[in-house]
Design a protein around this ligand. Structure first.
Ligand SMILES: NC(=O)c1ccc[n+]([C@@H]2O[C@H](COP(=O)([O-])OP(=O)(O)OC[C@H]3O[C@@H](n4cnc5c(N)ncnc54)[C@H](OP(=O)(O)O)[C@@H]3O)[C@@H](O)[C@H]2O)c1
Length: 375
């Protein structure tokens, strides 16, 4: 796995820049020496294999190409990589994982084998995790959705309704901005805008920093026209996801201010139907979405299995009192369990990444707890 690990590290350099394409890295090895390296830098630019072959030049002849994802075999914005590999007279290809894209899926491997090149598919699961947004998007044509919540130890995301509350320290905040730089879009509920008046921009500086599309779910059109998010619409797209409860007059005013209004179906509570919104975002090739609360939107998404990943920024503090805004609103218990995949400390904050368990185990646990007297 040494060379595939190296290729995966190269792929990582494209994080947040390749959508809707995957992150891919490639290494050309001859007689145990790396003679070429490449990665896919951004959508529309040459693919990893082409960059690695170019780097290797004539040394590619008879060499082994290690590539994290199955080479593409169709003409998109760039020519098929299978052609470049065959032309470079590569002797063997080691593929990390097959491409879930139906236009490729196994076909890239078949073309190479038909050309007499030996192809070994390793089934490297790390690559699927690295490209989790791409894999989900290819399967469902909807954005991979990560919910990020900053919380106190007593499960509060704000001191009280209407009170702007900062919970995370400076270093954890930098992580949030890294996420904003990586995800294509950020989404919040209108309740959060009314309290915090956020800009939802990426405040990192340096070369290649990109501002995400900002989405507000707001079924009645309560988003203030003089909010900072509306005022900064020239900086990066603002999408107001609403329903037909929003008046035409309000829609026109928003559009005049540079906000794009998307009228979605109403869900059974009369709010924006998030599945409908996801479909809309999928059609626009938004493959990754970072949700930043608040309490009602969190409840809607978690209780309806509409998140793929959860990132908790745990601030070691207890707020106390009865007025705090909980991580999730709502009266009914719904039990969702998660599997922790990693944790990191940022000064005095703990950032925990986890994935929802897709089985109904959470419910089973809930029932089991109720069944044991005294537990
Ligand atoms: N610590 C953190 O990580 C963090 C992050 C964000 C926010 N917050 C805090 O959370 C608080 C705001 O939370 P909140 O619950 O009042 O507001 P929210 O979740 O931000 O927004 C909820 C509102 O969004 C609208 N909405 C439209 N479609 C929806 C849907 N399908 N599901 C849910 N909501 C939908 C609804 O208003 P309409 O009925 O008018 O459409 C709803 O009342 C603030 O205090 C803020 O500071 C904390």
């Amino acid at each position: 796995m040494k060379y595939l690990d190296m290729a995966a590290d190269l792929a990582e350099l494209g994080r947040g820049r390749t959508n809707p394409n995957p992150m891919v890295g490639a290494v050309v090895v001859k007689n145990h020496v790396v003679v070429g390296k490449g990665y896919h830098e951004k959508a529309g630019s040459p693919h990893a294999e082409v960059n690695a072959l170019k780097d290797a030049g004539p040394k590619a002849r008879g060499a082994t190409l290690f590539v994290t994802l199955e080479p593409c075999c169709f003409q998109g914005r760039t020519p098929p990589c299978t052609e470049a590999i065959i032309e470079a007279a590569i002797g063997e290809v080691v593929v990390g994982i097959t491409d879930p894209n139906p236009e490729v899926s196994g076909e890239g491997i078949r073309i190479l084998r038909d050309a007499g090149i030996s192809v070994n598919v390793v089934g490297f699961r790390k690559i699927a995790r690295q490209n989790e947004a791409y894999f989900k998007y290819m399967r469902e044509k909807k954005p991979f959705t990560t919910l990020k919540i900053a919380t106190s130890l007593d499960g509060k995301i704000a001191e009280a309704k209407g009170v702007k509350t900062r919970l995370s320290g400076d270093k954890a905040e930098v992580e949030v901005h890294k996420l904003r730089n990586e995800y294509q879009a950020i989404m919040v509920g209108v309740g959060t805008v009314l309290v915090d008046d956020p800009v939802l921009s990426c405040r990192l500086t340096g070369k290649g920093i990109r501002q995400p599309t900002r989405i507000i779910v707001d079924s009645r059109g309560r988003l203030p026209i003089d909010s900072r998010i509306v005022e900064t619409s020239p900086m990066s797209n603002v999408i107001l996801a609403t329903t037909d409860k929003m008046t035409k007059k309000k829609i026109e005013a928003m559009e005049k201010s540079g906000v794009e209004v998307v009228v979605c179906r109403q869900n059974d509570k009369g709010k924006v139907d998030i599945e409908d919104l996801y479909e809309h975002l999928g059609k626009r090739e938004i493959t990754s979405l970072l949700v930043e609360g608040g309490s009602r939107l969190n409840e809607e998404l978690i209780s309806n299995n509409m998140i793929d990943k959860l990132i908790i920024l745990l601030a070691p503090m207890i707020i106390g009192g009865k007025k705090g805004v909980p991580i999730v609103a709502g009266k009914e218990a719904f039990w969702q369990t998660f599997e922790i995949s990693s944790h990191r400390y940022f000064d005095n904050d703990l950032v925990i990444e986890m994935y929802p368990k897709k089985t109904n185990e959470s419910r089973v646990r809930g029932e089991a707890r109720q069944a044991i007297p005294g537990v």
